[in-house]
Design a protein around this ligand. Structure first.
Ligand SMILES: [Zn+2]
Length: 75
């Protein structure tokens, strides 16, 4: 199968907590990048996965740069 270059993937993360899988799994931190359209269900515990937004938003990037700048200046 040929891999598409511009394949859109979405990062999903399982955030289920509490007793799952007969108590063997206390909390599930499973995360995986699925191709868009893949049914987002955790293969470990079967719970629905949450979508994690990829990358930083512009405002976050600006804030990050600002923090770096102020840290450099803070001497
Ligand atoms: Zn899970």
């Amino acid at each position: 199968m040929k891999k598409k270059v511009n394949e859109i993937t979405t990062l999903y993360k399982c955030r289920s907590e509490g007793s799952r899988n007969n108590g063997l799994l206390k909390s599930c931190d499973f995360q995986f990048e699925f191709v868009d359209g893949f049914p987002p269900n955790c293969p470990l515990c079967g719970q629905k996965l949450h979508v994690i937004s990829k990358g930083r938003s512009v405002s976050e990037l600006m804030r990050f740069g600002y923090n770096l700048h102020t840290k450099k200046e803070d001497k």
